[in-house]
Design a protein around this ligand. Sequence first.
Ligand code: CA
Ligand code: CA
Length: 584
Amino acid sequence: MKRFALSALVAAVAVSGPLQAGVTDKDILNDQMTAEDVVSNGMGPRGQRYSPLENINTDTVQQMRPVWAFSFGGEKQRGQESQPLIKDGVMYVTASYSRVFAVDTRTGEELWEYNARLPDGIMPCCDVINRGVALYDNLVIFGTLDAKLVALDAKTGKVKWKKKVEDYKAGYSITAAPLVVKGKVITGVSGGEFGIVGKVEAYDAKTGKLAWTRPTVEGHMGYIWKDGKKVENGISGGEAGKTWPGDLWKSGGAATWLGGTYDPDVDLLFFGTGNPAPWNSHLRPGDNLFSSSRLAIDPDTGKIVWHFQTTPHDGWDYDGVNELVSFDYTANGKTIKAAATADRNGFMYVLNREDGDFIRGFPFVDKITWAKGLDPKTGRPIYDPANRPGNPAESSDGKKGESVVAIPSFLGGKNWMPIAYSQDTELFYVPSNEWAMDIWNEPTAYKKGAAYLGAGFTIKPNNDEYIGVLRAMDPKTGKEVWRHNNYAPLWGGVLATKGNLVFFGTPEGYLKGLNAKTGEVIYEFNTGSGIVGSPVTWMQDGEQYLSVVSGWGGAVPLWGGEVAKRVKHLNQGGTVWTFKLPKS
Ligand code: CA
Ligand code: CA
């Protein structure tokens, strides 16, 4: 009897210790409502970034204080765009230059570090960032700047499998967090500024074996591997180059660089695609499918089930990669299965997530110049040809087309930084930026591994007082319910909680907590470097914890023109900050 009790005690200790239970498909599907862990990017595969926790709320949040801070160390202090994952008392978090850390969530002590040895020739367009890992079974899976997927043993950080997704010498890289659906790890690729061909791929999460590949430029063939045999899985969009002139589809861009979301209700993956290449749109008349679009993809086969193009024939680098987030709402007594996305181009779209039908679209920035509006039936932009950067072939020397002022700038009304949706307020919280650009076209030709833009640009702020605006948007009306202005451009993700709070970080270093209903600032803490990561929250030992990664960098200081000057004084860094309420 005594011996039995002892072994039961040992078992109990083992179970509550770190790194015991592997992550299952069910864990991932239920992630949003299981507050004791965070096992997916987006705090649930639908990417709502909503937590049902309310210990930290509008009454208590002012008491919230840091319990530990963990430094990524080294000289690689820049561009920390990661979202941590939490499982069994361990945090798995990525850092710049394709590094992964496992950290004890109670103490902040490092358990292991994996440092990808990157070749000299990597070509990240927009800083050496990484946005996070995926967890499956006892594996920690992430993508690298040299376009590989790496699966690490969650206990030791040792490599279990490694796969080359694409050739980094051609401009491919991976920065997004992968997504695991039904035992498959799904990834996109970055590289739209180098004339790569975007694609979405599924690999067996346990072995790394390729299951299917789906290119995202019309004309390229997709494949599925069935019983070890490669089977054609349909050309993307019918005929090769139907919406592209000549051979341009062969280096057509449409990079899937921000990863995707998954909706179990309709069993579809949602991936966005970046700009068509090159930026100079006069070289490629046509809609240039499937660039600047949202794609719904069958997770079992890689088939494109529907598509919605936000910027057909893009001429401003309005990547359509931004996350499509599922939500339901009631209209005329009927439940509408919707999904919303806030685009680089300044418009927010509400789509029917079953078939991609346009429900409504509305601006979420103060001023848009590149389009007069959206067709109310189809959501297609209504163009004003005078606001498209001119054709260099029509200029006197053939070298520089007419320059136009475009709002938003190519860094977007919203860039990569993820929105949050609160199930309580039924509002979307959208980190956005108010900026313009001078943009002009230049001649260009595709060369493997070289920048393929055919455009020049300078970004400038629209206002002296602020660039960043966190907005609460009502997806049913398109109305801005409240806004919070920020001097520097916002570049980090948002978290909404049942505690009626919205958390996000600023380049000035502040983690902020706002009243979700009113936008009132209730909490501020300066983390010592700019925040461009996404906060998470979870329950541990009966207490609510909140973490955010701090470390200024990303695309703004590299590409921001006049705006880069405005943020020049901000210090880089690389620290995970973790907070909770005092015990009593
Ligand atoms: Ca969870
Ligand atoms: Ca782009």
